[in-house]
Design a protein around this ligand. Structure first.
Ligand SMILES: [Fe+2]
Ligand SMILES: [Fe+2]
Length: 232
């Protein structure tokens, strides 16, 4: 009887050890992926050629941009989710802008790479300090409890989503009116001002293709590149 109990305990220990090893492997893979995304972001960021870009990058590092998630429980809810999302938006926006130039038979691009990189990579800097990591107890399928890490929303500078990104960027760099409108209205119809009845998003999108395209790029990144069932 005792022997059987001991054997079962040994099995349990082996299973726990295997689970710990698998968890460790998952963490290492996630960290490798995060570092790849950080490198990609920095390569794209080098397209931004204007005064203040270096200082802003230092600030991003210091404030934890490269470790931040993109949301609490939806797309990119893990360390590095925000930098990965920003990279997706850059690639989507670049393609949209190129397609639009082609459609209009433009011989020179309507928007510079500097502008495209700036609005895409920095549209969500407002999220830099918006999530805090917490450890909580979570009930497992077998009825046991396990400590898991999760993100909760916090905002020490609540001035609106797009607005906050604009204010934070403009502490370091000048923005053109189009860049400003694009970042301000990147949430499109999901922005609380639009829900409250403002027509300014429509006006901004009529005024600027960059603004309209940034919103589309953000949607494509979130709902195509970052969907859970990527292959379907
Ligand atoms: Fe956003
Ligand atoms: Fe976004």
């Amino acid at each position: 009887m005792d022997q059987k109990k001991t054997e079962k305990t040994a099995e349990q220990l082996a299973a726990e050890q295997a689970e710990r090893e698998a968890e460790e492997k998952r963490k290492q893979e996630a960290e490798t992926k995060r570092l790849e995304e950080v490198q990609k972001f920095k390569n794209y960021y080098s397209y931004i050629k204007r005064a203040g870009a270096d200082k802003l990058l230092e600030w991003l590092e210091e404030k934890g941009f490269f470790n931040a998630p993109a949301s609490t429980k939806y797309h990119g809810n893990y360390a590095g989710g925000l930098v990965e999302h920003s990279n997706h938006v850059f690639k989507r926006l670049l393609h949209l802008a190129e397609d639009e130039d082609r459609r209009q038979n433009k011989t020179t691009p309507e928007y510079t790479l500097d502008s495209i990189a700036l609005v895409a990579l920095l549209h969500d800097v407002c999220k830099i300090d918006a999530y805090k990591i917490e450890t909580k107890n979570q009930k497992q399928k077998d009825g046991s409890w396990k400590q898991v890490e999760s993100y909760t929303y916090t905002n020490a500078f609540p001035v609106g989503h797009g607005e906050k990104s604009v204010f934070q960027i403009m502490r370091f760099m000048q923005l053109s009116d189009e860049e400003l409108m694009a970042i301000r209205w990147h949430m499109g119809p999901f922005d609380s001002a639009v829900k409250g009845g403002s027509y300014d998003m429509n006006n901004a999108f009529s005024e600027s293709r960059l603004a309209a395209m940034l919103h589309l790029a953000d949607m494509m990144a979130t709902h195509l590149d970052e969907r859970e069932d990527k292959g379907k």
